[in-house]
Design a protein around this ligand. Structure first.
Ligand code: AMP
Length: 365
């Protein structure tokens, strides 16, 4: 029997797009989030409360056949009781591995997926030693709760070490070798409870200041795509995963180096809403609700641009042929992801032209 009532922890834009994808399937989403005005709360019912509040989580579980996540940083001890009450998909082990950059890299290495040379850092001495052993430049990051380039410091030379420590100094850090990459790419796939897997085409991502600015897909590189799929397949199997999982890679000297994974729908997969037969949001719901997974075939050449800080002029952008506009219903704030647009064309050269044109009207603040 397939499932219909989905509880979603966190009601950000990812949750909102999940709920919207659920409507045509007859799937009913219920959110837990701090604010009723959150992006998800604007489109589906919401329980308001802290995301790790045991009584609120229990309420969510009691009203859901399966619980899933818009925000993956829920502590293991809050997740454990949930598992006694309902299905939790993706599994706790996947969330816990992704919550800590050190554990994540250990999992990748165990599965023979290349990662940057790295080292756990708890003292300034550790950082000095790591800089000597691993070499500079490097990136000092928080092991937990870092996202969109937050909680990172690039250590270019030894002269930066004091400043890096002053800015980040604490226990629970990781130092990794700076990757001189030619590109950043990501792969997204879904696994069902019965072990069926589907994979989206490889996506090329452009970040600035640690934040994704735009993505282009399908990124045509048969070799890289094959390798990315093989890596993702091993992770999905090892974690007995159910749902969508994304992995981000650096391309270094023509080879993939894994950066991080996200046990949820991912920003670099937003283009699949218009660009694929079945979107990542729908396939996540299909996977966790025991419905057949849908085709991940691309229906054209896509580009997705994030709107950061404030929404651009809707009338101007909608004048671009083949452009779809997504407003998350958020208050503008510098650096905040408030929406995105996706351009879909038949030919890559037309997609590239429209992307260049659209970028002229988008200001990242
Ligand atoms: P993260 O939070 O780890 O996803 O990092 C955000 C972005 O910062 C990445 O997408 C890269 O553009 C950059 N970055 C992170 N780690 C490294 C690294 N070791 N070498 C080079 N760039 C990095």
């Amino acid at each position: 029997m397939s499932l219909t009532r989905v509880g979603i922890v966190g009601a950000g834009q990812l949750g909102r797009m999940l709920a919207l994808a659920g409507y045509p399937l007859g799937i009913k989403c219920l959110f837990l989030d701090r604010s009723a005005q959150s992006p998800g709360g604007q489109v589906a019912p919401i329980l308001t409360g802290e995301l790790e509040d045991p009584s609120r989580l229990a309420q969510l579980a009691a009203q859901s056949e399966v619980v899933t996540f818009d925000w993956e940083n829920i502590a293991g001890k809050a997740l454990e009781p949930l598992e006694q009450m309902t299905l939790v998909r993706p599994p706790r082990a996947a969330l816990q591995a992704a919550q800590d950059r050190l554990h994540e890299k250990a999992l990748f290495s165990q599965l023979k997926i290349p990662v940057a040379a790295h080292c756990a850092i708890d003292t300034k001495q550790d950082l000095l030693r790591a800089a000597g052993r691993i070499g500079l430049p490097g990136v000092l990051k928080t092991r937990r709760l870092g996202y969109d380039g937050k909680g990172q410091f690039i250590v270019k030379s030894e002269a930066d070490i004091d400043a890096a420590w002053a800015a980040m100094g604490d226990t629970g850090l990781i130092f990794e070798k700076f990757q001189d990459f030619s590109r950043e790419v990501s792969i997204i796939g879904a696994r069902s409870a019965s072990g069926r897997m589907v994979f989206y085409p490889l996506t090329a991502n452009v970040h600035q200041g640690g934040i994704l600015r735009y993505s282009v897909a399908p990124f045509a590189s048969t070799l890289l795509e094959r390798s990315a799929r093989a890596h993702l397949q091993r992770i999905l199997k090892a974690l007995n995963y159910v749902g969508i999982l994304a992995v981000e890679f650096f391309v270094v000297s023509g080879r993939l180096v894994a950066n991080e994974m996200a046990p949820r729908v991912h920003n670099s997969g937003h283009w699949t809403i218009e660009g694929c037969v079945t979107s990542q949001f729908e396939n996540h719901l299909r996977a966790i609700c025991d419905l057949p997974l849908g085709s991940t075939r691309a229906v054209g050449q896509a580009a997705m641009i994030n709107f950061l800080g404030k929404m651009p002029d809707r009338e101007v952008l909608l004048g671009i042929d083949g452009l779809a506009y997504h407003d998350y219903g958020k208050e503008p704030r510098p650096g905040r992801k408030v929406g995105h647009c996706t351009i879909l064309k038949k030919a890559a050269k037309d997609r590239n032209l429209a992307l260049t044109n659209a970028l002229k009207f988008i200001q990242w603040t």
